[in-house]
Design a protein around this ligand. Structure first.
Ligand code: HEM
Length: 170
C-alpha cells in the first residue's frame, strides 16, 4: 500500500482526529439528551432532536470515522495488521459501525416519532446505548495515545525490518 508524504500524513491525522473526537462529542450530546428525557424534559423536544442528531450527524460520522481510521492505518507505517492497538481499535470501531446503523439508528428514529408516547424501555435505550458507546470511544482514544501491547508479528525479512520503523511516529 502506498504511503503518504509527511504533510499528507499530518493532514489525514488531523481529519481523523477531528472526525473521531467529534463523533465522541456527538455521542456525549446524545447521552445528555437521553438523561434529560428520563429526568422529565419535554419529550416532544428531546426525542425528535435525538432522532435528527443520530440521522444527520452520529450515524454518518460512524462511516466517515471508520473509513478515515482505515485510511490512517493503511496509508501510514503503522499498517492495519501490525500493531495490536490498531487492530483492536479497528475491531471496536467496526462493531460500533454495525450497531449504530443497524440497532441504534432505527430505535432512535422510532423514539423521535413516538416522542411523549415512547415506552420507558425505549427511553432508557437512549441512555444505555450512548453510555456504552462513549465508554468504548474513550477506550479507543486511550489505546491511540498509549499504544499498548506491541506488535502482532515480527517482520520476516531484514529488508522488511528496515522498511518499517520499530515504532512509527514514536
Ligand atoms: C477504523 C478505526 C480506526 C483505525 C484503524 C485507527 C487507526 C489509527 C492510526 C493508524 C493512527 C496513527 C496515525 C498516524 O500516526 O499517522 C491513529 C491515530 C489516532 N486515532 Fe485512530 N483509528 C481508528 C478509529 C479511531 C477512533 C474511533 C478514535 C477516537 C474516538 C481514534 C483516535 C485516535 C487518536 C486520538 C489518534 C492520535 C494518536 C497519536 O498521534 O498519538 N481513532 N488511529
Amino acid at each position: 500500500m502506498s504511503r503518504l508524504s509527511p504533510a499528507g500524513r499530518k493532514a489525514l491525522l488531523t481529519v481523523h482526529l477531528v472526525t473521531s473526537l467529534g463523533w465522541l462529542g456527538a455521542d456525549l450530546v446524545l447521552l445528555t439528551l437521553g438523561v434529560a428525557g428520563l429526568r422529565g424534559a419535554d419529550p416532544a423536544v428531546v426525542y425528535p432532536t435525538a432522532g435528527l442528531l443520530v440521522t444527520y450527524l452520529f450515524a454518518p460520522l460512524s462511516l466517515v470515522v471508520w473509513l478515515l481510521g482505515l485510511a490512517s492505518a493503511l496509508l501510514s507505517p503503522w499498517g492495519l495488521l501490525r500493531w495490536r492497538w490498531v487492530l483492536v481499535k479497528f475491531a471496536i470501531t467496526t462493531v460500533m459501525l454495525g450497531l449504530v446503523n443497524l440497532a441504534l439508528l432505527p430505535r432512535v428514529r422510532e423514539l423521535g416519532a413516538l416522542a411523549g408516547d415512547a415506552s420507558m424501555h425505549l427511553r432508557a435505550d437512549l441512555v444505555i446505548a450512548p453510555a456504552v458507546s462513549s465508554t468504548l470511544l474513550v477506550t479507543v482514544t486511550v489505546l491511540s495515545t498509549y499504544k499498548p501491547w506491541g506488535r502482532l508479528r515480527r517482520a520476516a525479512a531484514p529488508v522488511a525490518r528496515r522498511a518499517v520503523p520499530a515504532r512509527p511516529g514514536a
